[in-house]
Design a protein around this ligand. Structure first.
Ligand code: NBG
Length: 796
């Protein structure tokens, strides 16, 4: 399992071999696509060596395996990741150059695997990287969506969605496993026969496995991401075909495939669809079968299960895995219900990722019972057993005609975790207050983290190079070593180099934006960036309102000493979330007017970059001067973008929400621009019936910015376009945009002042990098291994 020791010429041969024999192309006629495929295969060969060795070792040592069940894995591109993790950047570059090819062009040819919506899916991807780097035997289980998250473009400033088609080209990273096909049942009824309960499903869909190896840092270990695709059990009806009904002959196949066709967008009102529940059961049940099959191949005593496996439910989407495991142990393997429950409970753990009530999954029990009749019985028995053990209170996973997945997950799980200190505390005080009182040791905190391989070493090679030159390269697998940078920060020469890196990253972003979008950004300006899903609680509208007020003030006094800023936004809104889409439209309309304003454009530019995804984040994060983390306190469970920015030397302007609290503690309060109400103040303020009007009356800047929305300043062709946004903020303002506006304005002016002293700013930025080492997902995974899974690394 040692690092591959390949000479450059060996690697060049491997590349040429794959171009010739895998792609069937001559170098003279090969297109970037052919080179990308050849390079991917050459890199993949190295990964497979590690992968096979890791799997063998896991079987030999019979260590505990971790199973991470997640509806989303937002892995993005894999080629660059593989090259960096194998430490083969120079070899790959040289090999390509010897054929006259530029590596960047080849890497950028890869489509993003957008199998997730946002933070939850990207966290799962960072965890896979850390599990492999640490050498913890683990499998990610999810769905191989044919169409990942939609593509976003703008037409007249409005978001337009089109399907993501990442699988239209061959995907070089996956291995189809036709021998791993599992039939998953739906519907039908439950019988009692010969003393046994038997579920006879009415419909069957086959789950077929596709495996992607995930290699860790320096190629020492590789785990598996196994994604399930839907197939028909009987794909083709020859009788129907021969009778002339060609469409009906393939209908089974088409229906079965819809199950792995699309990723549902979060926050959408449509999520209650039957298909979503089917997807959840489909991948959870296939994964449980697979886990048991692997266990059975090495053991014959089911009591050993909790010792040999740990299952992590990434939010409630795979919660049905609990009742499914229990069902198999009891109905099929013949354990008593109590014993099956006991074993299941000790295998399952649950991560909660949100307190937003609309995002906590609940299913209508008629729908649930129709699709999963036996599971509904089992959930009732789980509930009864829980009540029996805790008779003083009923805390039902089933009530008001609904199956509540949050409660079910809590009751099933051995450990329940939140994703930042504040979120874990709020979980105990709110959604799981009663359950926590009954099971006070069950909830633990595991603050999120991000992988330093992708989010510093590979996305910011210049900064990575400077760090390695200063403190050696061990920080890549031990991020807290970044604190060793602190003495250098006192050295002006070093700090100038740090600033040069940032400036070069900004210049590269300017080139990209000019090339792709035809907009010239001012590289001298402060790059102020807010990138994340569009949501009212994340308050992109607070940011744009402040931008409007700022623009108005510059126009009042154009010759004052303004600090030039570029306001950069990116993010997708769920298709059905009209308010969020209107905010995108507004930002685009503001950009149009402001960027064309000769009186202000030297000091203020606004741009909304379309189709935010992992690859775009990899360009933006290294180029940021200021990180916007401005959610209403108590609403953002953690955030992970906040960590990426701090790590890459962008101080935060933010509220005390999610992991911002811990970021501020680590980087120091003097290196963080704090504003806004605290979570408990938010709850108090909301009780005031006229909180928004009071805030507006107290701050004429806010009043004037809202007025500009009402009078059609930004939409002269359609003056009423933004009245409803102004009305919403004036009359309801659930997310307290108005109440936090004045303090946000104050903090922004402090940012301006701080940025004017460039030396002091550089120091602040560098301290953010040096003190962000704790936010590595390696630290988070060590926490899960120790507090939740009881799993060990198999790397000696
Ligand atoms: C998101 C939270 C983020 C958090 C990520 C990862 C969901 C349901 N939750 O704050 O909103 O960083 O999860 O934990 O997507």
């Amino acid at each position: 399992m040692a690092r591959s020791v390949q000479t450059s010429s060996n690697f060049r041969d491997a590349l040429l071999r794959h171009l010739t024999y895998t792609m069937g192309k001559d170098p003279e006629h090969a297109q970037p696509f052919d080179w990308r495929m050849a390079l991917s295969h050459a890199i993949r060969d190295r990964i497979v060596d590690t992968w096979v060795a890791s799997t063998r070792k896991t079987y030999e040592q019979d260590g505990k395996r971790v199973y991470y069940l997640s509806m989303e894995f937002l892995i993005g591109r894999l080629l660059e990741d593989g090259i960096f993790n194998l430490d083969m950047v120079e070899e790959a570059k040289e090999a390509l150059e010897s054929f006259g090819m530029d590596m960047r062009t080849i890497l950028d040819d890869e489509p993003d695997a957008a199998l997730g919506n946002g933070g939850l899916g990207r966290l799962a991807a960072c965890f896979l990287d850390s599990l492999s780097t640490i050498g913890c035997p683990a499998y990610g289980y999810g769905i191989r969506y044919e169409n990942g998250l939609f593509k976003q473009s703008f037409v007249d400033g409005c978001q337009v969605e089109s399907p993501e088609t990442w699988l239209q080209e061959p995907h070089p990273w996956e291995f189809e496993r036709p021998e791993v096909r599992i039939n998953i049942g739906f519907g039908g009824d439950v019988h009692f026969e010969n003393g046994k309960t038997v579920w006879r499903p009415a419909e069957m869909i086959q789950a077929e496995a596709f495996d992607t190896p995930i290699v860790g840092w320096q190629g020492r270990w590789a785990n598996t991401l196994r994604l399930w695709a839907g197939r028909a059990v009987d794909p083709f009806d020859l009788d129907l075909f021969n009778s002339g009904d060609f469409a009906a002959a393939s209908e089974h196949e088409a229906l079965a495939r819809t199950i792995s066709r699309v990723l549902y967008p979060e926050d959408s009102n449509e999520a209650g669809k039957e298909l979503r529940l089917k997807q959840e059961y489909f991948f959870s049940a296939a994964s449980i079968r697979d886990i048991l099959r692997r266990f059975d191949s090495q053991h014959n005593d089911l009591k050993l299960l909790p010792e040999k496996i740990a299952i992590q439910l990434n939010d409630t989407h795979p919660a049905i895995a609990g009742p499914e495991l229990l069902r198999i142990l009891h109905d099929e393997r013949g354990l008593s219900f109590e014993e099956a429950l006991h074993i299941t409970h000790h295998c399952m753990n649950y991560t909660n990722h949100t307190l937003l009530p609309e995002a906590l999954e609940r299913w209508d029990e008629r729908l649930f019972g129709r699709l999963l009749p036996r599971h509904l019985d089992i959930i009732n028995r789980i509930d009864d057993a829980h009540y029996k053990a805790n008779p003083h209170r009923t805390l039902s996973a089933r009530s008001d005609g609904q199956v509540k997945m949050g409660e079910l997950s809590f009751i099933m799980a051995n450990r329940v975790n939140g994703v930042s200190a504040l979120h874990t505390d709020l979980m105990k005080q709110t959604v799981f207050k009663e359950l926590n009182a009954l099971h006070p040791d069950r909830i633990v905190n595991e603050t999120n983290g991000v992988t330093p391989r992708r989010w510093l070493h590979s996305c910011n090679p210049a900064l990575s190079g400077l760090i390695t030159e200063t403190i050696g390269e061990d920080w890549i697998a031990d991020l807290e070593q970044l604190e060793k940078l602190e003495p250098s920060i006192e050295d002006q020469g070093w700090l100038d180099r740090f600033t040069d890196v940032k400036n070069a990253n900004k210049a590269a972003l300017c080139d990209y934006v000019a090339g792709v979008h035809g907009v010239n950004l001012n590289p001298e300006a402060m790059f102020d960036i807010q990138i994340k899903r569009m949501h009212e609680y994340k308050r992109q509208h607070l940011n744009i309102l402040e931008t409007i007020a700022h623009w108005q003030e510059i126009r009042d006094n154009p010759t004052a000493d303004w600090v030039p800023r570029v306001k950069i936004f990116a993010g997708k809104a769920a298709q059905g979330y009209h308010f969020a889409k209107d905010i995108i439209h507004l930002i685009n309309d503001v950009a149009k007017l402001v960027n064309a304003d000769a009186a202000t454009r030297d000091v203020l530019q606004v741009i909304f970059l379309p189709n935010y995804n992992v690859s775009l984040a990899e360009r933006l994060v290294p180029a940021a001067d200021l990180s916007e983390q401005i959610s209403t306190a108590g609403k953002e469970a953690s955030g992970t973008g906040n960590m990426k920015f701090a790590l890459n030397g962008a101080p935060t302007i933010g509220t005390l929400d999610g992991a911002n609290v811990e970021i501020r503690d680590h980087v120091g309060k003097e290196n963080f621009f704090l504003f806004g109400m605290l979570a408990d103040e938010v709850m108090q303020r909301r009780m005031m019936h006229d909180h928004a009007q009071q805030a507006i009356n107290a701050d004429p800047r806010l009043g004037r910015a809202l007025e500009a929305l009402r009078d059609g300043t930004f939409s002269p062709e359609d003056p009423g376009r933004y009245t409803h946004i102004a009305d919403n903020l004036t009359w309801s303002d659930y997310f307290l945009v108005c109440s936090d506006f004045t303090d946000y304005w104050r903090a922004q002016r402090e940012v301006d002042k701080a940025y004017q002293d460039r030396k002091a700013w550089a120091k602040m930025a560098a301290l953010n990098t040096a003190r962000s080492g704790w936010f590595s997902s390696d630290r988070t995974i060590h926490g899960y291994m120790c507090d939740i899974w009881g799993a060990k690394s198999l790397i000696p």
